[in-house]
Every structure is written in C-alpha cells, then in structure tokens.
Design a protein around this ligand. Structure first.
Ligand SMILES: [Zn+2]
Length: 337
C-alpha cells in the first residue's frame, strides 16, 4: 500500500498531526490540517517493518511520520511477504534442501531425547518429594502384584536372613533413601530383582533359588541399591514418558503418549534402564560390596548364571535384556577383587 494514515511530527514542537501519507513514482506527499508537504522519493527513508508496529518515515530536515506497518514506498525492496513467498518457492524447488530440513528436525528430536531429556529427567527426579515418590512406588508395586507378581514362598527365616543382608548393605550407604526390601515370586519374570521408585527393592524367589552363595544375593541387592541411590527408576520413567510425549507431539498421536504413562508398571517391569544407569549401579555395587567386606566376584558369578537361565528358558525379556552384556559386566566387577 502506497498511502496510509500516519502521524506527522515536525521535530520541533513535539506536536503530533494526523495526516495522510501517500507516494507516487517521484514524490511522497504528507497532507493534513495545516500540513502540506511534498518531498522527492530519494530524500526520504522508511525504516524496515517490525511486525505490525508503525514504521518511521524520515523526511528531509527534522520531520518524520509514523505510518501504518503496511505502508510501502513504490519499488521498495522491503516487502517481506514477497520475500517469504520467494523463500518458500525456493524450498519447494529445491527438494534436497527440504530433505535436509527434515533430517535436521529428526536430528534435533534425537538430540533432545538422547541428550537433553536424561539431563532434565535427573533434575526433575531429584526434585520429586519423597512423599510423592513413595505414593508412586506403592501404586507401582500394587500394579505389579496384580500383573506379574505372586507372594513369596520363602520361609520366614530365609526372608529374615536376606533382609538382614539388605539392611547391612543399606546401613553403609549415606544420605536419604528409605530402602525397603519386598519378597515376591514370578515364574513369568524368572530369576531377578528390581528397584522401584521410592527406594523399594523387590527380590524374587527364583533369584534366591539360583544363588549358590548368599554373598551373590548381597551382590544383586547392592546393584539394586545403586539404582535406588541414583533414582534410576524414577528417572527412567520420566525419560521414557517425556520421550514418548516428544515423539507424540511430532507424530501427533497424543493417545499413545497417555497410554504410555498408564503403562508405567510395564516400564518398570521391563526395567528399560540405559547402559549408563547399569554401569553406574554396577560401579556402586562393587564399591559397596568391598566396603561390606564381600568379594565383588560374587556379582559376576550370579550375573552370568542369571543370564544363562534366562536364555535357556527363552522367557519374556527381563531386566537383563537391556543390560550391558553380562560377561562384560562380570569382567568389570572382577578387577576389584
Ligand atoms: Zn540394573
């Protein structure tokens, strides 16, 4: 548009005059009550547009007008709409560029899931209050009890002995984290133990049966205490939920994200811990065993045995499936002997 309402300031009196500004191929005209100006086009300057803000039109001398954002001088190169159109057309014509843009988006999504989300999840998990976490833990255990766990059939004396070992290890760990040991059994899951949010560690009868030495049980418990200390369960749940939300927001399927959140117990059950979490818990376990006077080699032994049993039975993927290779871990545990 080459004519627009404006306010004219003469640069001397501070007075604002309502005017009409228009331009033709040669001149700019500023007309209003008591104002009648005509300036050659090449003597005025119009500032670039900034959203819908009025644009300043500088006139020769000290005068200026504030004109509507849509105002343009004839032949002006600052028509942003036209430039954007041109850019879109260029993109359309250059499909390799379009593919590169899509790849860049995928890279950003990947980076945020792999790099940013774990970092943010750690901060969030560390900020979750113990009472909230305890409630989540209670609900998760109740759901697991419904889905996959059965009551333990270990004799009370045996449970008491393992609880004593668990308490001995926990007492060596400084800082918060109410550690609770729960006994269950599960044919579906097999020889295993896992850490829930809220400092609950669950040990299955099947694992107790596989152990050839009680120090092996201490080793697994030490590993699970490592998960508790790092709040890995909560971080894992936050990470996978947020990642699912990011993916859903791009794919546009929010339903899958909300159903993912509802599948929380399954996430814990499958213990989709990252290798980083596992290495952290392994390192923690070795150090804890050493300070408890237990040979960390027991850790490697029971890991390999658990792995062997799970493979033989071909059971549904338990927490070992996402763990780093058991033989690597066993090796990592042995030098500290
Ligand atoms: Zn683990």
């Amino acid at each position: 548009m080459t004519s627009a309402r404006a306010t004219y300031h003469d640069g001397q009196t501070g007075e604002a005059h309502p005017v009409l500004v228009r331009a033709d191929a040669d001149f700019v005209y500023v007309e209003g009550e008591g104002v009648e100006l005509r300036h050659p086009l090449d003597t005025v300057a119009l500032e670039p547009p900034l959203g819908s803000l009025p644009r300043r039109l500088d006139l020769p001398g000290r005068g200026a007008c504030l004109v509507d954002a849509a105002f343009e001088l004839p032949g002006s190169p600052t028509d942003r709409g036209a430039r954007l159109d041109g850019w879109v057309h260029t993109l359309e014509r250059r499909w390799p560029l379009a593919i590169a843009s899509a790849l860049a988006l995928a890279l950003i999504v990947w980076a945020s899931i792999v790099l940013v989300v774990p970092f943010a999840a750690e901060r969030v998990a560390m900020g979750v209050s113990p009472s909230v976490e305890a409630r989540v833990a209670g609900q998760t255990l109740a759901a697991l009890d419904r889905l996959a766990l059965e009551p333990s059939r270990l004799p009370p004396a045996r449970q008491a002995e393992i609880s004593r070992r668990f308490a001995a290890l926990s007492s060596l760990v400084a800082g918060p984290g109410a550690h609770t040991l729960e006994f269950r059994s599960s044919k579906a899951i097999g020889p295993n133990a896992f850490a829930l949010p809220g400092g609950i560690v669950v040990i299955l009868d099947e694992l107790v049966a596989v152990a050839e030495h009680d120090d092996e049980l201490s080793a697994v418990l030490a590993h699970e205490i490592g998960h508790v200390r790092g709040r890995h369960a909560l971080r894992g749940v936050i990470q996978s939920s947020v990642s699912a939300l990011i993916v859903a927001s791009i794919v546009g399927d929010v339903f899958s994200a909300s159903s993912y959140a509802a599948a929380l117990p399954a996430v814990v059950l499958e213990s989709r811990y990252s290798r980083g979490f596992e290495r952290e818990a392994d390192g923690f376990a070795v150090a804890l065993l050493v300070s408890a006077g237990i040979d960390p080699a027991h850790f490697g032994r029971i890991l390999l045995r658990m792995d062997g049993r799970s493979k033989k039975a071909g059971r549904y993927p338990d927490f070992l499936s996402s763990h780093p290779r058991s033989d690597e871990r066993a090796r990592a545990a042995s030098p500290a002997r």
